[in-house]
Design a binder for this molecule. Structure first.
Ligand SMILES: Cc1ncc(COP(=O)(O)O)c(C=O)c1O
Length: 316
């Protein structure tokens, strides 16, 4: 399940979780794969928030589950959710609602009230919630969000060192849940994937979590600085872009208001200018959206290069 010292540290992140309700994994990816393989079968219906991180629907799809997408909707300058739409998607065999909050790629995050509403909907039909919360802790409105597992007994909360903490090389992730069946099934399943994690990584992750607030504050200050520059940039070029400022974390999903294919645009730009944006096609998402990152300290320089590229191509 992971070393005791690490699980003690992880449990402290939650209001209602004991260390023995935590299972450490080799990254978040292993936990997603193991959870779905241990808990789902082909007769199950799964609802997944969309767009989302690919494996949150692909693993269930590979198992043979029927999948429905619960789409985030686009407000004037923001992403939002439609709770009634979620209710309509529920079927008698719905086993799981798969949430990704804060969301990759949009940077949208649920409010605590919305989380309570979703938990109530799931509870009415005994549905599990798997909540990928790997970007949690970087809320730009300064309001701390609950973990789903603190709101609902049939929830699984996913965390990791690689996203909000920026320590991707450690490959340490975890799930927390109060559901004994899930804990047992996932513990057994891990014997067939990695058996145990690197003890060196677990040791370093434990130290990082002991200093978690310091790390999150640093990362948030980088994002805030970059977003200040981004606000100015997208205001200046508002005829070409729809700016969807993120609510949490270092990524956002903006729209290019042009007939150009966003896929071709992103491919050409990475080849010609070395600037990487992820087009919506990568997310199996319609429209001319692209994901942009805000987590790096060289953002200002890269934004200048992006602007120079747009000018050079006579797009602005
Ligand atoms: C939302 C989300 N969940 C899970 C993962 C997987 O994380 P890891 O690479 O740490 O296993 C990612 C990675 O990009 C992600 O964006």
């Amino acid at each position: 399940p992971g070393g005791q010292a690490l699980r003690n540290e992880i449990a402290q992140l939650y209001d209602s979780i004991d260390p023995d309700q935590v299972l450490a994994h080799s990254g978040a990816q292993e936990a997603i794969f193991n959870f779905m393989n241990a808990m789902l079968d082909r007769s199950d219906h799964v609802i997944t928030m969309f767009p989302t991180y690919q494996s949150l629907f692909e693993v269930a799809d590979a198992i043979g589950c029927e999948i429905d997408r619960w789409y985030l909707t686009q407000d004037q300058h923001q992403w939002t959710i439609d709770i009634d739409q979620l209710k309509k998607l529920i079927k008698p065999n719905t086993k799981l609602i798969c949430i990704n909050t804060p969301n990759n790629p949009t940077g949208y995050t649920l409010t605590n009230q919305q989380m309570v509403e979703i938990a109530e909907i799931a509870n009415q039909s005994g549905i599990y919630i798997f909540s990928d919360e790997v970007y949690k802790g970087l809320e730009l409105d300064g309001i701390e969000r609950k973990w789903f597992v603190d709101l609902y007994d049939r929830a699984v909360s996913l965390g990791v060192m690689s996203k909000a903490y920026g320590l991707a090389g450690l490959r340490i992730g975890w799930i927390a849940t109060k559901d004994k069946e899930i804990l047992e099934a996932m513990t057994k399943f891990k014997h067939y994937t990695t058996i145990c994690n690197s003890s060196t990584s677990e040791y370093l992750a434990t130290i990082a979590l002991k200093n978690g607030k310091k790390i999150l504050d640093r990362n948030l200050s980088i994002i805030r600085k970059n977003l200040d520059l981004s606000d100015i940039f997208f205001e200046k070029y508002r005829d070409l872009f729809q700016y969807n400022k993120p609510m949490c974390g270092p990524i956002a999903f903006h729209c290019m208001k042009s007939d150009l294919s966003i896929n071709e645009f992103c491919n050409e730009m990475v080849e010609e200018a070395g600037i990487l944006l992820l087009p919506s096609e990568i997310y199996s998402y319609r429209g001319n959206y692209f994901r942009m990152g805000y987590g790096r300290t060289d953002f200002e320089n890269n934004l200048k290069r992006f602007e120079a590229y747009l000018i050079d191509k006579k797009l602005v």
